[in-house]
Ligand binder design. Structure first.
Ligand SMILES: *Cc1c(COP(=O)(O)O)cnc(C)c1O
Length: 450
């Protein structure tokens, strides 16, 4: 090996090049989120993976600044960008800047879970304030709102937000927040976010429209463009994509709202940890490719179930009653769908007979999941309320992953037959349950197989 070239001469004395004392560290970004950056220049799929860092070693992924405190330059403190990780951490800031860019927000904030994000947002409310929200909400959202109404003097109106005429009568000058989720799950109802936002803002310009975008992710929808003041979502789902962390993210365009939310995060200490910020950042880079595959699979599975006579709820199906509304707001149908069998015990047997489909709450993971929402994710809503909200007890939710779609369909087919929910015929098989549309259907598929 020659020692002649300048490159190898350098290599032979690596310690000379290392900044062992850390004095040459680049200046840290400003605590918590961007002030300047955030504007997208490329298509979303590109922006998801494209990052700019001024790392001293040119690291292609952001280092984990696993440090609670940061040394200050003088006794007076306050001269460095960071002092304490509850208030700000370089890894979290880096993630927040990236999030702001892909959420089309001027400021993004990252906290410990999706419910943590909603907690931060609802701390903008004061006793006597009124919240208008849907009647088919995520179970945890329901629970937090119930707590606020029984302990904090917040008045919560649950109405059918799919119908703007049921929203109108509850709007008043006390309306401080309107909390929307679209599509809802498991009923997969679509909310007209722009129309409701317009209505609410016209009636009361102080009212904040807040959208839970967990079901679609920034890949498929930008609620801030649809009239929302605040968008939040669970980073536990599509953003991270692997069910290995909990996280929540919030995006805003109004600097004053951003400051208030940041105040709560700093005051309560719910900011996302450096390690989880790193993992969420890594997950986000594959969001586009995961989501594309997941929704392509979901579409095929929805079509398969519908062709076998089940009542399927999925915004990718033309039979969805709000198909046009959904596509006026979103770039895709997502990867969560639900279907009914007409019988709770048949549904239970189907769920238990699948092998590839893991029985689990949650969605957005690379592997496919199956669940019965009334007994799992939505069990915190009491049976009476579930009935009032017309939630079928037999409903099965499918959260589709990135597996080979034929394997997923084969596994589901086998489970349907084992559970007795389909009748095997010479030509294929069809749903037998009472709530399915099998009875009305005369055509029998010839391509069906078990
Ligand atoms: C999972 C979920 C949440 C809560 O997020 P966590 O990260 O579990 O706290 C909120 N809204 C929706 C629609 C969700 O699916």
């Amino acid at each position: 090996m020659s020692n002649g070239s300048p490159a190898t001469a350098k290599m032979s004395d690596p310690l000379k090049r290392l900044d062992l004392d850390g004095h040459e560290m680049p200046p840290s970004p400003a605590p918590s989120s961007p002030r300047t950056g955030g504007r997208r220049r490329y298509a979303l799929a590109t922006e998801l993976v494209y990052t700019e860092t001024k790392d001293q070693y040119g690291a292609s992924s952001i280092p984990i600044y696993q440090s609670a405190t940061f040394k200050q330059a003088s006794a007076a403190g306050g001269t460095n960008d960071y002092d304490y990780t509850r208030s700000g951490n370089p890894t979290r800031t880096y993630l927040e800047r990236h999030l702001a860019k892909i959420m089309n927000a001027t400021r993004a904030l990252a906290v410990g879970s999706g419910m943590g994000a909603l907690d931060v947002i609802t701390r903008l409310l004061r006793a006597g304030d009124e919240v208008i929200t849907g009647d088919d909400l995520y179970g945890g959202t329901n629970r937090l709102l119930a707590y606020l109404s029984s302990n904090q003097g917040i008045v919560v109106h649950h109405v059918d937000t799919t119908n703007i005429d049921s929203v109108r009568p509850v709007i008043s000058d006390k309306t401080t927040m309107v909390l929307l989720e679209s599509p809802t799950n498991p009923l997969i109802k679509i909310i007209d976010i722009p129309s409701i936002a317009r209505l609410v803002h016209e009636a009361n310009d102080r009212a904040l429209v807040v959208v839970d975008n967990t079901m679609l992710s920034p890949m498929l929808s930008n609620p801030l463009h649809l009239g929302a003041d605040i968008v939040y979502e669970s980073g536990t789902k599509y953003l991270s994509g692997h069910h290995d962390i909990m996280a929540g993210v919030i995006g805003v365009n109004d600097a004053a709202i951003g400051d208030k939310l940041y105040f709560t995060i700093n005051a309560t200490g719910c900011g996302l940890s450096p390690n989880d910020s790193f993992l969420l950042m890594r997950g986000i880079k594959t969001l586009a490719i995961r989501m594309e595959k997941q929704q392509t699979n979901a579409q095929k599975i929805a079509e398969f179930l519908e062709s076998r006579g089940f009542r399927v709820r999925y915004p990718g199906l033309k039979s969805h009653p709000q198909y046009d509304l959904h596509w006026s707001m979103a770039r895709g149908a997502g990867a969560v769908l639900s279907f009914e069998t007409g019988d709770v015990s048949i549904s239970e047997r189907i769920v238990e007979a699948t092998r590839l489909w893991g029985i689990s709450v949650s969605f957005g993971c690379v592997n496919s999941l199956i669940s019965m929402p009334c007994q799992m994710s939505h069990a915190s809503i009491d049976p009476q309320t579930r009935k009032e909200r017309q939630m079928p007890e037999d409903i099965i939710r499918l959260c589709v992953g990135i597996e080979d779609v034929n394997d997923l369909i084969d596994d589901l087919s086998r489970a349907l037959v084992e559970a007795g929910s389909v009748a095997v015929t010479l030509d294929g098989f069809r749903a037998t349950g009472s709530s399915s549309s099998a009875q009305q259907s005369t055509a029998i598929d010839s391509d069906g197989g078990v």
